[in-house]
Structures are given as structure tokens and as C-alpha cells.
Design a protein around this ligand. Structure first.
Ligand code: EPU
Length: 431
């Protein structure tokens, strides 16, 4: 499928955020920990939740959908091997903990790297081993066995990985004894997942300095949980408002989850107003340059740098973005340069501190020289977040753009074309 977009319109009006993709998909996995039904409210109807639905169904879950609501119930584990999935994302490895707790074994597909880097899962595998799982790596799967269940352990993460932190939590909530995660990820989606698990009966203490302590319990029960709004969607709509010199009220956007972004936006000349319904975004003055470093929460998130870079192509001066989470997340700058932007990639740690990619030859920093007008071109979506670059840049470019491979965008943004049309965008979906 493709989008055609006519650029040049100011986007104005209100848009409602959906529940966070990166919380919803994990909460579906959390539901596998109990034989009782779980209800997820504010549930996003997107490609990635469909992929996880197939995974959960293979395992034995029964799913009933309502309006932005999912009832998910896994009374018995029917299958512990999920190699026949028709579509894949990075979630199946997180099912190992629930499968070990309820059936003593699991087999999930190995996922290679993708367009944003090699994305290894060594931290997940080492942590599961520390908790007592026997893990065998075959050509295309991870097989895990823990016939007598898992046992709590103290785990130091070399890097505050979101997925590894979640994997350990899933494995530890029903393990015997206490597990400590040092250097844990503390993204708002993880905190929301912890709240859901606590309401299911788990005992999870969030300590200071990225420490999470989990005391294993015998059993978890069902829960009704409302998923936090998607802060990545919020940032995308905020960048759209400022880039098109429009004015968008992003309903349910939460200041707490976005404070680093709000500061950066303000510094370059974007404006925002916190109101009861959410946050209103607009352009306050001519945009100016900035230096940004992405990092684990509460730093500037890696999933925000792509739409922000489009803004920086319209800002006066030289801006720098140093990406410290993924080694290869600037592929989309080729598209922007073809449209007329002036962006240079570098393998140096530009702008600030050295990161773990220093001197390893990865193009993980950029300099954006602006402002540069953009002209429409035909593009192919590389990955979910750079798909938003294709959309925002097309909306401010002169002419008509054709964007192919939009299924990637549908994985994370619900009905994005209809919501953008509601804000005045000229965007059409070609099937
Ligand atoms: N890493 C390792 N070993 C591991 C795990 C991670 O080296 O065992 C490295 C990764 O290669 C990467 C870095 O650590 O360089 C961060 O990975 P992390 O595990 O934190 O990320 P993730 O769990 O794979 C989630 C989100 C991403 C988001 C990151 C960072 C989901 C499904 N994905 O990925 O979201 O960018 O956290 O916040 O929750 C997106 O939504 O478009 C997206 C990519």
C-alpha cells in the first residue's frame, strides 16, 4: 500500500492519542501469566498488536475485541512453541517467562537485526539463564526449559534495555524468591506494565537508581487495565503542528512523559500549552538549531529523533543529533537529503559525551544545516519511525509525494491517514 501526499497545508484541529504500542504489546504478554481474563482498555488497533494477537492465540489465548478494548484470556497453555507465526516483530522472546512459569518450556523464533541495527538479545538470554532457565540456541529458535520453575537472582544489566528489563520482570514475577534488576530501564511504558502486574497480584518495588526488586508470588489474577497514551504518537503530532506552522491539540498527551521533548521543542522555537484535555502544539517563532543526544528515559528518546530531524531541516543554523541507543538509525536522512535537506552523518560522537558506539565506525551522529526548502519525491518506508519522517516531510514539501511500504507505519500508528485528514492534510491511501 502507498500514501500520496500533497504538501503545503497547515495542520490544525484536535487529534486523540491511542494507547501506547510499546505498552499494549507487552501487556498482552503479561496476560499470559494468569489463567484468568484480562481486559485492556485504550487498546490500539495497529499492526503490531495484530502480530502479538497471533502469538497469544497460538499459545492458547482467546481474544475478544471491543471499541479500543481487548479481553484476553488464556485458561490453558495449548502450545509452548510459536515458530509458525506468519508475521514477526520483537515480542515473542518476551513470552518465554510466562511459558516457563505455566508450562516449564518455550520455543520462540530468533529475530535477526533490522533496518535500525543488529538488535541482539544477549541481555535477555543471559538474564533468563541467571534465573535458572536452560537455553538452547538453534539455527532459528531459542528453546528454554525450566521444569522446576525459575529462581530469583540479582541481575546487572550492562545497558538499561527496555526489552531485557521486561523479560526479567515477566520471568521473575512467578519465580521463587527475590529478583533484583540493577540498571533497569524505567520508560513510562515499563512503569505502566509494572502497575498492571501489581494489580494482578505481583510484588514489584521500583527503587532509586534504576533498581527494580521483584518478589515472586505463587499465582497472578486477572485485571482490567487502561493503557497509557502513546507518547511517540504525541511527539509525531507535535512535530507535525510545528513543521506545518499549524496548531494541534493532542488529546491525552501527558507532560510527565514528554518533558525532555517539550524542552527541546521550546528551545528551537516550538510552542506548547498544557490544557485539561492534553497539550496544544504550535510554532512560536522562526526555528533555530539545537544539539540533542538520545538516551534511555528520562533522556530524549530514540523514537523521537526522526520527526524532530524534519523540524531541524527548517531551523536556522547547524543542529546536531547524537544517537546513543541504536547504531544505525539515520538511514532516513538519505530521503531528506534527496528532498533538498543538508544532513551529514558521522561515526563520531558529535556534540557531547562519548557513547558505547564511539570509534566503532557506526554512523550514529548527524549535523543538520538549515533551513532548506523540501521538494516532494517518491520514498519507500524503512521502519516505523522513519515512516513518520516520510509523512511529515511530504506534508511540508512542495508538490506531491508517493510513499510506498506504509504497512510499516500501520504497525504503530492507528489509521494515521484518517487522523491526518481530520487535521486538514491532503493524504490518500492507495491499495
Ligand atoms: N541491546 C543489546 N542486547 C540486548 C538488548 C538490547 O545489545 O539483549 C541493545 C539494542 O541492540 C539497542 C539497545 O540495547 O541498541 C536498546 O535496546 P532495548 O532493548 O532498550 O530496546 P527494545 O526493547 O528492543 C524498545 C522499543 C523500541 C524503542 C526502544 C528504546 C518495543 C517493542 N520497542 O525496543 O521501539 O526504540 O525500546 O526505547 O518496545 C519503536 O517503537 O519504533 C521502537 C523501535
Amino acid at each position: 500500500m502507498k500514501f500520496t501526499i500533497n504538501g503545503g497545508k497547515k495542520l490544525q484541529g484536535e487529534v486523540q492519542l491511542t494507547g501506547a504500542k510499546n505498552a499494549a504489546t507487552k501487556m498482552m504478554i503479561a496476560s499470559l501469566l494468569t489463567e484468568e481474563p484480562c481486559i485492556l482498555k485504550n487498546f490500539p488497533q495497529i499492526g503490531d498488536t495484530e502480530i502479538v494477537a497471533e502469538l497469544c492465540q497460538l499459545i492458547g489465548a482467546q481474544l475478544e475485541y471491543g471499541d479500543h478494548e481487548l479481553k484476553i484470556h488464556t485458561p490453558v497453555i495449548k502450545q509452548t512453541e510459536v515458530m509458525s507465526l506468519s508475521r514477526r516483530n520483537r515480542i515473542p522472546i518476551l513470552a518465554i517467562g510466562p511459558l516457563l512459569a505455566r508450562a516449564g518450556e518455550a520455543e520462540v523464533p530468533i529475530l535477526g537485526g533490522d533496518k535500525i541495527g543488529p538488535r541482539p538479545v544477549n541481555l535477555h538470554v543471559n538474564a533468563l539463564k541467571a534465573l535458572g532457565a536452560e537455553i538452547t540456541v538453534t539455527k532459528d529458535s531459542y528453546k528454554a526449559v525450566a521444569k522446576d520453575g525459575l529462581k530469583g537472582a540479582s541481575i546487572d544489566l550492562q545497558f538499561p534495555s527496555v526489552g531485557a528489563t521486561e523479560n526479567i520482570i515477566f520471568a521473575a514475577v512467578l519465580a521463587k524468591g527475590e529478583t533484583t534488576i540493577n540498571n533497569a530501564a524505567i520508560e513510562p511504558e515499563i512503569i505502566d506494565l509494572i502497575k498492571m502486574l501489581q494489580n494482578m497480584g505481583a510484588v514489584i518495588d521500583l527503587g532509586a537508581n534504576r533498581t527494580i526488586k521483584i518478589t515472586g508470588v505463587e499465582k497472578l489474577k486477572g485485571v482490567t487495565h487502561s493503557i497509557i497514551p502513546d507518547r511517540n504518537e504525541a511527539v509525531s503530532f507535535a512535530c507535525l503542528a510545528v513543521a506545518t506552522d499549524g496548531d494541534i491539540l493532542v488529546k491525552d498527551a501527558r507532560q510527565n512523559d514528554l518533558s525532555t521533548f517539550l524542552d527541546a521543542l521550546k528551545k528551537i522555537g516550538g510552542g506548547y500549552e498544557i490544557v485539561d484535555e492534553g497539550i496544544r502544539f504550535y510554532k512560536e517563532k522562526e526555528l533555530s538549531s539545537i544539539e540533542i543526544e538520545t538516551g534511555p528515559h528520562p533522556k530524549f528518546m530514540t523514537d523521537w529523533q526522526q520527526p524532530f530531524t524534519v523540524l531541524l531541516t527548517q531551523a536556522q543554523g547547524n543542529s546536531i543529533i547524537h544517537e546513543t541507543i541504536y547504531e544505525d538509525r539515520f538511514g532516513y536522512t538519505n530521503d531528506l537529503n534527496q528532498m533538498g535537506a543538508d544532513i551529514k552523518t558521522s561515526s563520531e560522537c558529535l556534540g557531547g559525551l562519548d557513547c558505547r558506539f564511539n570509534s566503532k565506525g557506526f554512523s550514529h551522529s548527524i549535523t543538520v544545516h538549515g533551513p532548506t526548502p523540501l521538494k516532494a519525491i517518491n520514498t519507500q518506508v524503512r521502519d516505523l519511525r522513519s515512516g513518520m519522517v516520510n509523512i511529515i516531510s511530504a506534508l511540508i514539501a512542495e508538490g506531491t509525494s508517493l510513499i510506498s511500504g506504509i504497512e510499516e507505519i500501520d504497525r504503530g500508528y492507528e489509521k494515521i491517514d484518517e487522523r491526518l485528514q481530520g487535521l486538514g492534510a491532503e493524504i490518500d491511501r492507495l491499495r
